[in-house]
Design a protein around this ligand. Sequence first.
Ligand SMILES: [Zn+2]
Length: 134
Amino acid sequence: MPMNEERPDFWTCIWRGWRGKCPRCGEGTLFSSFLKMRSHCPVCDLGLEPYRADDAPAYFTIFIVGHIVVPMVLAFEKYGSEPPLWLHAALWLPLSVGLALFLLPRIKGAVIALLWAHRIAAPKPSTGSFDPSA
Ligand SMILES: [Zn+2]
């Protein structure tokens, strides 16, 4: 793939990634299962392996879920006339897990699209041998 290829605008790429679609064509899917990346786009054959999100999707998901749930917990505690702990657990655990499961693949797709849009590819994996003359 030439480095000077025409790419869609940044927000189009992010939106395609958020929807789990290839950032280049917008039709092929990024994932073969819940969070498992495909090696190539099945429609336009864009190589996806160099674009590794690593821990960024988990970080952003925790950040967002925490900033949604924690204020709700605090407000509920303050204005809810001291609700019992089992009620907190019954409300906030499913909400936190549900939000995380909803956001994680979308954020991972958006991060992959962001990496592709900015041409931030991981270096090729080492072969394991070191050549000091190279
Ligand atoms: Zn594609």
